[in-house]
Ligand binder design. Structure first.
Ligand SMILES: Nc1ccn([C@@H]2O[C@H](COP(=O)(O)OP(=O)(O)OP(=O)(O)O)[C@@H](O)[C@H]2O)c(=O)n1
Ligand SMILES: [Mg+2]
Length: 402
């Protein structure tokens, strides 16, 4: 097969491929970008190049390169404003710990390289003239919407157990089905996932839940027992399946994914924070989702105050609303945005007085009381109990001193 039109993301990189070929080596586009280009329905990102040239040979061809992962064969080539990862063809023959190859062996053959890739739809190569190299019938699988391991599925999962999570992630992201032998191998080998760093599982799990068919991905995640090897999920199979029964409106924020999980697992703020720490989340995610658990409960009870809106900030509100909507209790985003924009202030710096004003003009002494008074003024302004003008605020501060 030949692609009739080569997407712009690739054409920009063709000079790189040509330069490698002129130096006497082979070079192809590979990986997810080729898959997405053929699907034609997804924005292409990360155009990856694979080559028969060894890293030192790649570096000799280009003026500006970065040693990104030279031991794995990857050199980044800088060209104009773009950066391209150029990786030497490789086989990963022995895997001892199911997550990292013992060593990579660089090879000169494209076939060897494609053979060790995870799924047939990810094992396609694209020549700069648009010709597609398809050794494992990946094009047929793309057409039928099938995720099928290259070769013997168990072998692929022993090489890298994260691939089992990638399978369910692609199932959701692409709205594909799992080929039965591939799915059976995941069910059989799910225990290998315990060897994988939680951060990597986290990334795939979030992509699964943000995908277009999260219900299907989640069902496989539960039915194959992959979930058993994820932090905090051991007895949550039924809870996770409940998410699969929700309307299939898509989630857009990572924090919404975790809020939904926390809700369905019945976790309070403390338990949510604990779960997110187990999943090695950033402090920001831990804090936001922890707070949003309380806010969601208020949303569902239709008990939102101005202060709740103010304290959460717009992005958390939209996240909580995403989840509330899935649960059948959201507001339209327009209503929410209007409520939020009608707040008297959106940040304490918008308060018409500051600490210095209170000291100089209301006779407040520096110290903890000053902070208390400012906080009270902030609260009253947000709740529309006090106008946000200097005179009113100074008068209110004097009141509070008595
Ligand atoms: N565990 C993995 C990870 C990656 N790959 C191969 O490396 C390519 C690039 O990997 P990556 O960018 O992680 O995934 P993509 O398939 O490109 O998906 P995405 O669109 O999310 O980047 C994959 O297509 C696949 O050929 C693999 O075989 N096994
Ligand atoms: Mg990619």
């Amino acid at each position: 097969m030949k692609l009739s039109t080569i997407p712009e993301e690739f054409t920009e990189a063709i000079p790189i491929i040509q330069a490698i070929e002129q130096a006497g080596y082979a070079a192809y586009f590979v990986g997810g970008s080729v898959r997405d280009a053929i699907l034609g329905n997804k924005k292409i990102h990360d155009v990856d190049i694979a080559t028969s040239a060894y890293p030192a040979e790649v570096k000799a061809i280009f003026r500006r390169t970065i040693d990104t992962g030279i031991q794995h064969g990857t050199v980044t080539v800088m060209e104009k404003d773009n950066a391209y990862e150029v990786t030497t063809f490789r086989t990963e023959s022995t895997y001892q710990d199911f997550r990292r190859p013992d060593h990579v062996t660089f090879v000169r053959s494209l076939d060897e390289d494609l053979k060790r890739r995870d799924f047939t739809i990810n094992a396609l190569a694209l020549r700069h003239d648009g010709t597609i190299i398809d050794l494992f019938d990946g094009l047929t699988d793309l057409k039928h919407g099938l995720i099928r391991a290259v070769g013997i599925p168990e072998e692929r999962f022993h090489e890298d157990a994260l691939r089992m999570m990638r399978a369910v992630r692609f199932q959701s992201q692409l709205n594909f089905e799992l080929e039965p032998l591939t799915e059976a191998a995941i069910a059989k080998e799910h225990g290998l996932l315990a060897k994988i760093a939680v951060e990597r599982i986290h990334e795939e799990f979030v992509k699964l839940l943000l995908g277009q068919n999260r219900a299907a991905g989640l069902k496989t995640f539960v039915e194959t027992d992959l979930y058993q090897k994820c932090p905090g999920f051991r007895s949550a199979g039924a809870n996770l399946l409940r998410i699969a029964d929700l309307p299939d409106q898509r989630l857009v924020r990572e924090k919404s994914v975790w809020l939904l999980i926390a809700y369905e697992l019945g976790l309070d703020t403390t338990a949510t924070r604990h779960l997110l720490r187990q999943w090695k989340s950033s402090n920001e995610l831990v804090n936001n989702v922890g707070n949003n658990v309380t806010l969601l409960a208020k949303f569902l009870a239709d008990h939102i105050t101005n202060w709740d809106l103010y304290a959460a900030g717009l992005d958390n509100l939209l996240s909580v609303n995403e989840v509330a909507t899935l649960l059948g209790a959201g507001q339209t985003s327009a209503t929410l945005m209007t409520a939020y924009s009608s707040l008297a202030i959106h940040d304490k710096h918008e308060l018409a007085v500051n600490g210095a004003n209170l000291i100089q003009q209301a006779g407040v002494k520096p110290g903890p009381l000053l902070g208390d008074i400012l906080a009270k003024l902030e609260q009253q302004v947000v709740e529309n109990q006090l106008a946000n003008d200097k005179a009113s605020l100074l008068a209110a501060a004097k009141e509070l001193l008595n």
